[in-house]
Design a protein around this ligand. Structure first.
Ligand SMILES: [Cu+2]
Length: 176
């Protein structure tokens, strides 16, 4: 094969690869400006406990409970708090009052665990590791009030978000 034909063949393959690449990305672009919502109500749980976002995409915690909650980051392997997540959205007296929120934007990809220190505890498991557990005496749902934020550039993970995270739910709803 002559040099010119080889060059043409390489150029054709390259352009096909580029088209293929653009085609694969079409429709899977991440909108990192639209927030993902995590709701709290009187059941003392985060209603969307696992969400995935793009780096810097806002996660908005919406407290629709009459009581306050906290949103505290922690490291599961050590139990130490992670100051990157540190919110305490106040409770709301009832309908007609503004609903308190806490917004966090995490820039580095990773898995970020958090819990509510009012309604959950970090129970020691093995060595220095901890897992969130239901705080004894707390009413509401039986699980520990805790969750994770996955910060990722993988659109497949973000596509697994619960449907309710796309917008505010339970608008105007208070109590358990
Ligand atoms: Cu709580």
């Amino acid at each position: 094969m002559k040099k010119g034909r080889i060059a043409l063949l390489v150029a054709t393959c390259l352009s096909l690869a580029l088209v293929g690449c653009a085609g694969a990305n079409a429709g899977t672009a991440i909108d990192s400006s639209a927030p993902v919502y995590v709701h709290m109500n009187g059941g003392n749980e985060f209603l969307e406990p696992t969400v995935a976002v793009a780096p810097g995409e806002p996660v908005v915690f919406v407290n629709e409970d009459t009581e306050p909650h906290t949103v505290l980051g922690y490291h599961p392997s050590t139990g130490k708090l992670n100051p990157a997540i540190n919110g305490d959205p106040a409770g709301t007296p009832g309908a007609g009052h503004p609903v308190a929120t806490y917004t966090v934007k995490l820039k580095k990809p990773g898995i970020y665990a958090y819990y509510c220190s009012v309604h959950a505890v970090l129970a020691k498991t093995y060595g220095s590791a901890v897992q969130p557990a239901h705080r004894p005496g707390v009413h509401g749902y039986p699980g520990a009030m805790a969750g994770e934020i996955i910060v990722t550039t993988d659109p497949a993970l973000i596509a697994q978000n619960p449907a309710s995270s796309a917008k505010k739910v339970l608008n105007g709803y208070f109590g358990g």
